[in-house]
Ligand binder design. Sequence first.
Ligand code: NAP
Length: 332
Amino acid sequence: MRIAIVGSTGAVGLEMIKILEAKSFPVTSLKCFSSPRSEGKFLKAFGKNHIVQVLKPDCFKDIDLCFFDASDEVSKEWVPHAIESGAWVVDNSSVFRLSQAVPLIVPEVNGELLDDPELRQTKLISGPNCTTVQLVVPLKIIDQEFGLKKVVVSTYQSVSGAGTLAVSELKNQTEDWVKDRPSRNDALPYVIANNCVPKIGSIGKNGFTSEEMKIMEETKKILGLPNLQITATAARIPIERGHSESVSVECINEVNIDQWKKALRKIGGIRVIDDDSQVQASFSAHGDKVDIGRVRLDPYSKYGLLFWVISDNLRKGAALNAFQITERLLKK
Ligand SMILES: NC(=O)c1ccc[n+]([C@@H]2O[C@H](COP(=O)([O-])OP(=O)(O)OC[C@H]3O[C@@H](n4cnc5c(N)ncnc54)[C@H](OP(=O)(O)O)[C@@H]3O)[C@@H](O)[C@H]2O)c1
């Protein structure tokens, strides 16, 4: 496969390269694109140095598959060029996620949509927001076993969810905090060291942020439940990798925890953690699993269930999910 990665020098792009190498993906050529800031740098992959290039109108010629891991603006402008040049695109931006013509995929939840012959014409697949990916995996099984009625989710999101610059910023600010000196912030709109901020993205007219709306709308689309009652609160916390979520659900039928856990354990990619002391973001970071723990019945309703879910936002939340989409397409 002739592969291109747009955003190859970013947090998700670099993870994408690592995954393609680790899984011995059959790459015959790799083109690495980024902004003019990184033009001319070298990225080492598959035993070779690849020069980082900027996007140009004919740059997708001779590419079979292109991963877009840059930004909404870049995807909006360049995804159509890649498709016109004949490439398949797996896009991790939010631009096409809610478009009816574009499948929004988490393979173990709705991977069957990749079998649609229409895709051979459109050639475009979207990957969801990182917080949505890890949420829909356990929700799908709840819906399957007990019927899903209502979801209330609160997220505790790491700074790598905002890209590489936010990670350096957290490190610098933490040093400032330890040395008791003032901090500056550019990548995030607030100082995040020693802090917790319930605002990711912009606040809309209904009071929800753009991040919260993504979680709510994408979850409905992926689960195929347009009437699901779902609300989200998204907070940024000062850790490098791994998003955590506290989830409370109300089901149509009575909940049985053992039945749910048994069904979860049949899904590859999920780890059910029974030992509560092992449910920690740092234990899930850099891993490939969606980790589920702290499972409790609602003491006030036999239809209610509460749990905690953690996953690495750069891997299952973005790059690994995109890779798994490709794997499934290739099998087809
Ligand atoms: N981070 C996550 O957890 C996560 C999860 C799911 C989805 N996503 C999505 O994945 C995408 C990448 O996120 P990220 O966290 O990896 O961001 P990032 O670390 O800030 O990286 C952004 C990448 O895009 C490149 N870029 C910026 N402007 C460009 C341009 N005009 N032309 C070509 N390349 C350009 C950057 O190049 P330079 O290095 O030269 O600046 C860099 O390689 C975003 O759409 C994001 O919403 C991220």
